[in-house]
Write a protein that binds this ligand. Structure first.
Ligand code: PLP
Length: 386
């Protein structure tokens, strides 16, 4: 057998299967620990010896090894939520007086962290148009420390010109970070495109069962990895081994599930496109989408999360439509086996541009693993009831 197979599904199936981690099974041992006993008194203060459960156990090591395959990054750090994966780079790299550039389409709690915590920390936060591309160069100042992107935006689905932005950051010595949760690291390889740190909420597609919370950070830079590790250690962050176990269990089947999420998502999106009640679909894999060209250039597939802008005359009836749905749950998360929908307007915020510029109310669908024809039938009856 070849040493390292090319296909991600094969690598994820075989990653972290070392006897030391599995003790003969195919899964790692579920090792719970706070106390760790060391062999001799000298080991107590040896920085290379494992001395405490907060530093992770065999279960965490197995998850990190397997996750590293996903983003082709040798350095992987685990945190207890996706939000913490987004905020940790700011805490690790930015200092009082620094300026940071943040894409205007970031996930709401990431934005709230920037507006509250980071400003109190003494950093200047500037929001940038998600479509800024290489023009980001004009926003870089001598004290710009970090650029944070989310692509596609998880509500409005703009695709950033990642290689162009990463190249500007490299030249200027600015650290680039991207929230890569939508692609789950399967369809977009930000680090190969020049990004310094890729982060993900593993609560979504990676775990895939809507029953655990987690986050992961990836980099190829030992220097940045060491700063992230120090920040996590200074803040006392830790991840439960039970969560690490569940996330690894999901990771093994990620490519297969994501393929189905993507195909079903496109089927539902195409059907919605043909409805009179729909003004526009926000889905970069649709040829009609303004970001399709960029998506095609940088991504190798699509997830099952997309937006649907209803026609303006339905503005007062969005809740009535959502309440009619039987198979779609009303819930904020995404990436699980179950289909979900939310209306987004109450949480759409923009600073760099006047508004998001949509014709009518915005819905966001997360297409799960149900039969897409059943989902379409559910949408049809909800539209017909209006
Ligand atoms: C794009 C994006 N990033 C990060 C997060 C945060 O993930 P978690 O819920 O694991 O904290 C979310 C959660 O919805 C998200 O949508």
């Amino acid at each position: 057998m070849v040493e390292k197979p090319d296909h991600l599904a094969t690598r994820l199936s075989h990653a972290a299967r070392d006897e030391a981690l599995t003790q003969g099974g195919v899964n790692p041992v579920l090792q719970r620990a706070s106390t760790v006993l060391v062999a001799s008194a000298d080991d107590l203060y040896d920085p290379d010896t494992w001395t405490y459960g907060r530093h992770g156990t065999a279960t965490h090591r197995a998850l990190k090894e397997a996750l590293s395959e996903l983003e082709n990054a040798p350095c992987c750090a685990l945190v207890s939520s996706g939000l913490l994966a987004c905020t940790l780079p700011f805490m690790a790299f930015a200092e009082p007086g620094d300026h940071v550039l943040v894409s205007d389409n970031v996930y709401g709690p990431t934005r709230r962290f920037c507006d509250r915590f980071l400003r109190r920390w003494g950093c200047e936060v500037e929001y940038i148009d998600p479509t800024i591309g290489g023009d980001i160069e004009t926003r870089i100042r001598p004290n710009t420390r970090l650029v944070f992107l989310e692509s596609p935006g998880s509500l409005t689905f703009e695709i950033a010109d990642v290689p162009a932005i990463a190249a500007v950051c490299r030249r200027a010595g600015v650290i680039s970070v991207i929230d890569n949760t939508w692609s789950a690291g399967v369809f977009l390889k930000p680090i190969e495109l020049g990004i310094d740190v890729s982060v993900q909420s593993t609560s979504k597609y990676v775990s895939g069962s809507a029953d655990t919370l987690g986050g992961a950070l990836f980099t190829r830079s030992d220097r940045l990895a060491s700063k992230l590790k120090d920040a996590a250690s200074d803040l006392g962050l830790s991840v439960s081994p039970d969560d690490a176990y569940l996330i690894l269990r999901g990771l093994r089947t990620l490519p297969l599930r994501l393929e189905r999420h993507g195909a079903s998502g496109l089927k539902v999106a195409h059907w919605l496109q043909g409805r009179a009640e729909v003004a526009r679909i926000l889905h970069p894999a649709l040829e009609t989408d303004p970001f399709h060209k960029l998506w095609k250039r940088d991504f190798t597939g699509a997830a099952g999360l997309f937006g649907c802008c209803l026609s303006p005359d339905l503005a007062g009836r969005t809740s009535q439509f959502l309440d009619q749905l039987k198979l779609f749950g009303l819930g904020f998360s995404w990436g699980g086996f179950e289909s979900l929908v939310i209306h987004c307007d109450p949480q759409l915020k923009r600073a760099a541009s006047a508004s998001v510029g949509l014709e009518g109310p915005l819905l966001r669908f997360s297409i799960g693993l149900e039969e897409p024809d059943d989902l379409i039938a559910d949408l049809r009856q909800a539209f017909d009831s209006l």
